[in-house]
Write a protein of this length. Structure first.
Length: 234
C-alpha cells in the first residue's frame, strides 16, 4: 500500500482534480456532437492508448522490487487481453469504434497534435526511472476511468450506439488497476522520493490537461487558430 501521507497527497492533488473535472468532459455531455468532431477525439486518444503497454513493460524493467514488477505486470496482462490478443485494449478500442460507425483510419491513423506527441514522449522518458515511472502509472490510472467515460459519452451522443465494449472493459478492470498501483508503491520511500513520485504524477496530469485543452479548442471552437498536427508517432 501507499506509504504514510503519499496516498492523500496524490488523491487530493489540485492537478488531479483539475484533470478529472476538465471542461472538456462537460462539453461532450452538453454540446452538439457529430461523427467528424468525435473522430478527432478518437484519433488523438489512440496514440497514448497504443503506447501504454510499451510504457508498462519498460516500467516493469526499471522498478527494483518483485512485488512492484508483479503488480504492474497484472495491469499489463489486462491491457494486452489477458492471454487473448483480440481482447487487448487497443484492439477492443478499434473494434468498438468501427462497430459504432467510425472508419479504422479515423480511429488509429490520425496524425497526433503536438500535445499528444509530447504526452507519448514523456511516457517513454518517464519509464527510464522507477520514481517517475511510478508517478506516471499512478497519474494515469487514477484519472483513466473519468477520461474513458468522456469518450463513451461522446460516442454515444454522436452515434446513438449504447453498447461500447471498450468502455465496459475499463469499468470492469480500472478499480483493479488502481489497486495494483497501490501495491506497487514501496511503504518506505524517503520524503525526497515521495516528492519525486508526486511531481511526476503532477507532470502526467498537466500533460493530460494540455491534451484536453487542445481537443477542446479544436472540437468546440478555438479562440486562436489551431496548429497543424505533427508527423505521426512511431
Amino acid at each position: 500500500m501507499f506509504g504514510t501521507g503519499i496516498n492523500e497527497r496524490l488523491e487530493e492533488n489540485p492537478l488531479r482534480k483539475e484533470l478529472i473535472h476538465h471542461p472538456f468532459f462537460k462539453e461532450v455531455r452538453s454540446s452538439d456532437l457529430d461523427r467528424e468532431t468525435v473522430g478527432v477525439f478518437l484519433g488523438q486518444w489512440w496514440h497514448p492508448l497504443h503506447y501504454f503497454p510499451h510504457f508498462l513493460s519498460r516500467t516493469i524493467d526499471v522498478v527494483p522490487m518483485l512485488e512492484m514488477k508483479t503488480a504492474i505486470s497484472k495491469i499489463l496482462y489486462q491491457e494486452l487481453g489477458e492471454g487473448t490478443p483480440a481482447r487487448a485494449h487497443e484492439r477492443i478500442y478499434v473494434s468498438t469504434m468501427t462497430g459504432a460507425g467510425f472508419d479504422a483510419a479515423t480511429v488509429s491513423e490520425a496524425a497526433p497534435f503536438a500535445e499528444t506527441r509530447r504526452l507519448v514522449q514523456r511516457y517513454q522518458e518517464a519509464s527510464a526511472d522507477r520514481l517517475s515511472a511510478l508517478g506516471f502509472v499512478y497519474g494515469t490510472e487514477v484519472a483513466d476511468l473519468a477520461m474513458v467515460g468522456g469518450i463513451g459519452n461522446a460516442v454515444r451522443r454522436a452515434t446513438g450506439v449504447q453498447d461500447l465494449p471498450w468502455v465496459d472493459v475499463h469499468v470492469l478492470q480500472e478499480p483493479d488497476h488502481v489497486e495494483q498501483v497501490n501495491e506497487a508503491i514501496e511503504p518506505d520511500f524517503t520524503p525526497g522520493e515521495i516528492d519525486q513520485i508526486v511531481a511526476s504524477a503532477e507532470e502526467m496530469w498537466s500533460l493530460w490537461i494540455a491534451f484536453f485543452d487542445r481537443l477542446r479548442q479544436v472540437m468546440f471552437g478555438a479562440k486562436e487558430p489551431a496548429a497543424e498536427p505533427v508527423a505521426a508517432t512511431a
